[in-house]
Write a protein that binds this ligand. Structure first.
Ligand SMILES: *[C@@H]1O[C@H](CO)[C@@H](O)[C@H](O)[C@H]1NC(C)=O
Ligand SMILES: *[C@@H]1O[C@H](CO)[C@@H](O)[C@H](O)[C@H]1NC(C)=O
Ligand SMILES: *[C@@H]1O[C@H](CO)[C@@H](O)[C@H](O)[C@H]1NC(C)=O
Length: 342
């Protein structure tokens, strides 16, 4: 009897629907990467970074708790001073020069300065129930997903769900493909980056910034697949959507004459297979777990939110002085487009 009662309570407790989906404005665009290249300014390639203003060249968790150090965040929920980042997209014109592709906010987030949309989910995106119990990340937690050296479909398939969508309209979501779209995309290109969801329960990081996390042992996060015994803790799925505004580059007469697509990542990948993303957790106190355990569907009553003007105002100065916006003959850091046939 008592057992049944406890079970009923725990089912109730885990039945809260939580799906966090919120915009974060651009914090800065810079050649720094405190996760993969701590201490290096400049780091090898250019990133677009969002979140709390404690972002820095070095972010050793033993030195500082960013949720206490940050004084503002470019994300909608003001208790989220995490940092989220990806590489930057460039266009390579027929004449061989490069130009940075700007970002625009997602549908419904007009007025946000570029940036991206961040999700923390309990279940797959199209399961609007969002009722499974998930654990929030801990202070000091960080992770990475993807491979900057991937140049083939097989290499990209080691990671699930690092995808591109050719946007017909800002609302297009499918199909999702693993390489750059091959023709002009009317409303831009969306990159969607989903992180693994099973944690080893011990390590806040690992040498490759990935080994402490795993995909489910069978099935997927979306299908409720179980976590492996090596990584038993089912975490919230962290998911980024970035909208690259390629509209100004859609004129076919600027494209390479051999019919190949002209977009290239800031580290030179011209295939798209090296799509990757970085995360450093920085929610204040138990704000994230609280949001995940309480009813929250995009509007989250347990969280403090801020206005778009406040989000846009939170920025960090670039540390690396270089031209990232003119037509240039190489990408920042001297990279040039490559397709794996070097
Ligand atoms: C970044 O680190 C440098 C060197 O430790 C420090 O002087 C600076 O205040 C830090 N910036 C931020 C935004 O924390
Ligand atoms: C290269 O092409 C772009 C796009 O057509 C153009 O804006 C730029 O001025 C060209 N640069 C040179 C050096 O011709
Ligand atoms: C932001 O806060 C206001 C006032 O508390 C609330 O009405 C609104 O739904 C919140 N928005 C989100 C996205 O949580």
């Amino acid at each position: 009897m008592r057992y049944t009662f406890t079970l009923a309570i725990s089912l109730l407790a885990s039945a809260a629907n939580a799906l966090l989906r919120f915009p974060c404005a651009q914090l800065l665009i810079d050649r720094r990467d405190p996760l993969v290249n701590p201490g290096q300014s400049p780091s090898p390639h250019l990133h677009q970074i969002l979140g709390g203003n404690a972002f820095n060249t070095t972010m050793d968790p033993s030195e500082a708790d960013i949720s206490k150090e940050a004084t503002c965040t470019s994300c909608q929920f003001s208790e989220d001073t995490s940092n989220y980042w990806t590489a930057v997209l460039y266009f390579k014109a027929k004449n061989g020069t490069y130009k940075r592709v700007p970002q625009v906010p997602n549908a419904g987030f007009d007025g946000v300065n570029g940036g991206m949309t961040v999700y923390y989910m309990q279940d797959g995106l199209y399961n609007f129930q969002q009722t499974s119990k998930v654990t929030a990340f801990q202070p000091g937690f960080r992770m990475y997903i993807g491979d900057v050296n991937a140049r083939t479909k097989e290499q990209a398939e080691r990671f699930r769900q690092l995808t591109y969508t050719c946007l017909e309209t800002i609302g297009t979501r499918d199909p999702q493909i693993l390489d750059f779209p091959h023709g002009p995309c009317k409303a831009g290109i969306m990159t969607a980056l989903r992180f693994p969801t099973c944690w080893d329960g011990v390590n806040l990081d690992s040498p490759d910034h990935m080994a402490h996390m795993s995909y489910p042992e069978s099935g997927t996060f979306e299908s409720g697949g179980p976590c492996p015994t090596t990584h038993p803790v089912r975490m919230s799925q962290l998911f980024y959507e970035v909208v690259w505004d390629t509209r100004q580059f859609n004129d076919p007469s600027d494209w390479p004459q051999d019919g190949s697509q002209p977009f290239v990542w800031s580290f030179g990948d011209g295939t798209g297979y090296a799509n990757h993303a970085d995360y450093i957790f920085g929610w204040q106190g138990d704000a994230l777990q609280r949001a995940l355990d309480n009813p929250c569907y995009i509007a989250c009553p347990t969280l403090k939110n801020q206005t778009i003007a406040e989000m846009n105002k939170c920025t960090v100065e670039r540390a690396v002085r270089e031209d990232i916006d003119s037509w240039t003959t190489t990408l920042p850091g001297g990279h040039v487009a490559n397709y794996g046939k070097w």
